[in-house]
Write a protein that binds this ligand. Structure first.
Ligand code: ZN
Length: 187
């Protein structure tokens, strides 16, 4: 286990799609342990492999609060098999130190993945909880998509990024989300 350097916005690995894991080998177990250790040392809620420069489809999440025991969750080759509802979520990312902005997310997601032993599981996260939002955020990292690509107001997001010395939103990467936008308007 080792604490790895977390890549910052602008690093190439963050925009590269990640490869499927063919076997949950010792190498992958070590990757999972590095991700967990790095996430905990940075006080993060989630961390995806591309953020430490490894483009494999693996991420970790822990939504436990400080007064609770740790609850590490490991997702290998995740697939989001169901999503519904819409919510605006104020998010940050360990690759964007201190920069928080409003993004569009689904309220409910069901994810299918392998755990750290290579066993399949299905998890449902509803009501726009931190877990539901973290699953979408981390899943995106595996496809080279970043939270700012879902921003509600591009100009506000650019202002936040500039304040923290980060590059602006990249127009070509903005995600078109007519479904989410329609639902948010109806709320
Ligand atoms: Zn992130």
């Amino acid at each position: 286990m080792a604490i790895k350097n977390i890549l910052k916005y602008g690093a190439e690995s963050l925009r590269e799609p990640s490869k499927e894991v063919h076997k949950v080998s010792k190498k992958i177990t070590e990757l999972v342990n590095d991700l967990l250790e790095t996430m905990y040392s940075a006080n993060g809620v989630g961390l995806a492999a591309p953020q430490i420069g490894v483009n494999y489809r693996v991420f970790v999440i822990d939504v436990s609060t400080n007064d609770e025991p740790l609850r590490p969750m490991v997702f290998i080759n995740p697939k989001i098999i169901k999503k519904s509802g819409a919510i605006v979520s104020n998010e940050g990312c360990l690759s964007f130190p201190e920069a928080y902005t409003d993004v569009k997310r689904y309220k409910n997601v069901t994810v299918k993945a392998l755990d750290t032993h290579g066993r399949p599981f299905i998890m449902e996260a509803t009501d726009g909880t931190l877990l539901a939002r973290a699953i979408q955020h981390e899943f995106d990292h595996l496809n080279g998509i970043l939270f700012i690509d879902h921003c509600v107001n591009r100009f506000e997001t650019d202002n936040v990024l500039a304040k923290y010395g980060l590059p602006p939103v990249e127009e070509d990467f903005l995600v078109e989300e007519p479904e989410l936008e329609a639902e948010l308007k109806n709320d």
